[in-house]
Design a protein around this ligand. Sequence first.
Ligand SMILES: *Cc1c(COP(=O)(O)O)cnc(C)c1O
Length: 367
Amino acid sequence: MILCADPKAQYISYKEEIDQVIQDVLNGNRYVLGENVEALEENFSSYIGVKHTIGVANGTDAIEISLRSLDIGPGDKVITVAHSAVATVAGIEACGAIPVIVDLEENFYTLNPDLLNQALTNDVKAVVAVHIYGQSSAMNQLLSFCNENNLFLIEDCAQAHGAVYDGKRLGSIGDIGCFSCYPTKNLGAIGDAGLITTNSSSLAKKIRMIREYGWVDRISTIKGRNSRLDELQAAILNVKLKYLDKDNQKRNVIAEKYDSLLSDHMVTPIRRPESNHVFHLYVCRLPNRNQLKKFLEEKNIFPGIHYPVPIHLQPAYHEKIKLASPLKITEQIAHEILSLPMFPELSLENVDYIIETILLFYKDYKC
Ligand SMILES: *Cc1c(COP(=O)(O)O)cnc(C)c1O
């Protein structure tokens, strides 16, 4: 059985080291926000190239807490996309702001910067750019728009750990970077975890306060919450961070193999020239997506769909968010996208088997 993502395979790859650090944490006497969290925050800062990293409980919290640290809340609006994990919009809503949705760039499935102007009103305070599937948003255009209009730029890097745009790691370009370390992500824990990156010392200080009840010396001085990161997850992430570049490289080798044999039949991922892609997901576009998915499942290959229903069409959100433009591309691609199996431990033999099976589908169905 070949899954779309396989976090257990990654545990097995680094089992010895992971088992050891788990034992060390169990035998220590601090289980939450201790030395492993501190080490992870330092290691991740130097990896991304930022001054500060703050560990939090998950990626949704990372987005919510980042917005709160910028004093964004009820009465404010935040521009983002509907082609993402629900978490992006959930994080915006959790701080009390209203998400304003714009459509995508057709080639890259990221926020279309040409549509920002029509989404802009006085109460818009920030843009949350989602680096979907492991590829950067149009950062230069987003940065100049945000600078011209006095908006904060937050990067949703939950699918883009390690990706580089114009020589800089994603998460070091906007005001704040938000990472999820959910088990299937490029840097995945064995449970929930999140990381926030920033170069601003004052924001970092505020984010640290918000993640633990707004405390200064154990007195709540601003409104906060509990979004602490635990030592087990931090210790495991410290092990895996060492291998992140190598694992992203493996994802790229798999992607190139898929590209070379499938691009005649379907739209394979188009890379943004000024960035490298870290292939959190390898997503193709084809009209008969559902048929191919079923065909592969019969052969024990389990692709995914990220995401089948755009966020603005999901029941919990369709009345609460504001659309700034028609979401033509967002709605169109939801019917056409298919995520082929993609994880560093996927063997090249299995990649060959997946490709052969797809080619067989095209032969059988004569499409
Ligand atoms: C996974 C993900 C998140 C949120 O992460 P959680 O840790 O599950 O809260 C946010 N945005 C995107 C694009 C994601 O893929």
